[in-house]
Design a protein around this ligand. Structure first.
Ligand code: MN3
Length: 198
């Protein structure tokens, strides 16, 4: 059985940038449904592993598995790297790494925001670490991620942003760019940095 991560913050802790009701619906309804559906499809396919890499090697065989296992894992990865705005601090070292890769922290924000804003329809923006340690920004459609056998992305993700309408519509309606702009206030950079160093 694959599981939802337990949030290490309260649903209201991301306010005012992501409100409590959006988090409630997103985590307790959408994410819970992806997880439940992923488990039922995995059972039907006879896949017992909970290892995402094993699961994602099988998504080309089943569109339901692709959508729901992606929805399960991507949301775990997203929610894990969020925190209360007061705790959202980037280290000097990681800021320097972003500057080295993108020109400056502001350029990183610009490029990542652009990937999030221009992903047509539903999907995700990602920051990934390449084999040589350099960083790249890209987006995926629907619930796809780089580990899936349907994709050819070789970098390892360290940060992602959900740009499905269900992630922001309740609070921001059609104003995706405003939601994206506010995301930078609730990133738990310590998680992102740990992922980079793992
Ligand atoms: Mn979502």
């Amino acid at each position: 059985m694959v599981k939802q991560i337990k949030l290490n913050y309260a649903l209201r802790d991301l306010e005012p940038y992501i409100d409590k009701e959006t988090m409630n619906i997103h985590y307790n309804k959408h994410h819970a449904a992806y997880t439940k559906n992923a488990n039922s499809i995995l059972a039907k396919m006879g896949i017992k592993s909970e290892d995402p890499k094993v699961i994602f090697r099988n998504v080309s065989k089943n569109a339901g598995l692709r959508n729901n296992s992606g929805g399960w894992w991507n949301h775990n990865f997203f929610f894990e790297a969020l925190c209360n705005p007061r705790k959202s601090k980037i280290s000097a070292g990681f800021k320097a790494l972003l500057s080295k890769n993108f020109g400056s922290y502001d350029k990183f924000v610009e490029e990542f925001s652009n990937a999030a804003a221009t992903q047509f329809g539903s999907g995700w923006a990602w920051l990934g670490k390449k084999k040589d340690g350099s960083l790249e920004i890209y987006s995926t459609a629907n619930q796809d991620n780089c580990f899936m056998d349907v994709n050819k992305i070789s970098s390892i993700p360290i940060l992602c942003l959900d740009v499905w309408e269900h992630a922001y519509y309740l609070q921001y309606q059609n104003r995706r760019p405003e939601y994206v702009k506010n995301f930078y206030n609730v990133i738990d950079w310590s998680v992102v940095e740990d992922r980079y160093n793992a």
